[in-house]
Write a protein that binds this ligand. Sequence first.
Ligand code: NAP
Length: 248
Amino acid sequence: MRLLEGKNVIVTGASRGIGKGIAEVFAAHGANVAFTYSSSEAPALELEKELISKGVKAKAYKSNAASFSESEDLVAKILEDFEGIDVLINNAGITKDNLLMRMGEADFDTVIEINLKSVFNMTKAVQRTMLKQRKGSIINMSSVVGVKGNAGQANYAASKAGMIGFTKSIALELGSRNIRCNAIAPGFIETEMTAKLDDKVVQGWRDGIPLKRGGSPEDIANACLFFASDLSGYITGQVLNVDGGMLT
Ligand code: NAP
């Protein structure tokens, strides 16, 4: 069964990793996919071609999610290219890890702007369209680190915890208009973001996972599929840990 036939979806940060996995799974379920990247143009255009070959509409847009004005312009362009926006997935994110002692002000500000302010930028930019439609699903890519904290990631954990507060607030604000807002908290997912980590750190993460493996972008995409589709029509304001049991 195709769960998103004809739905228009925006995914931020889909040139690789989890965002790319979401774009692929959503296209396989019949969704038209507008997605962004920040600098990886060639992989983004490659993905655009791949999605179109699956028989859906797809387009890659270069846009810095941290910029309020770029996000507004982006959504205006997407509305010209696609009719309506049914789902927004705020997925773009970065890490700039360091112990507090060594974390510079710019490392803190950049992570907050790209991971958290971006969610405000994009949600605000799609709000009017979803209000008019009286329907929408917004999915924010938080992290288990936003739920439990992590030494060496104070900036990242603060941004991801902030996304959870934002998610619950938007769920309360927009629920009466049939706009749902949920967050996903992935655990250790094997992408370029985690490939940067030291082998010992990775082994430590894996050892702490009851299912004894790192997750794949597809594992996260499947959870997004549930929140994007009508299967979760009575669920809003929730945080779903997709972490192999890590936080259990
Ligand atoms: P990734 O492989 O590093 O990919 C990040 C994506 O975000 C890329 O497409 C990148 O585009 C895009 N991006 C970065 N800065 C951007 C900006 N300013 N504006 C627009 N796009 C931007 O990361 P990932 O592992 O797939 O993670 C995706 C999301 O899941 C992030 O929010 C991350 O915090 C969250 N998450 C990941 C894990 C994990 O274990 N991997 C765990 C929990 C949560 P370019 O390629 O153009 O740079």
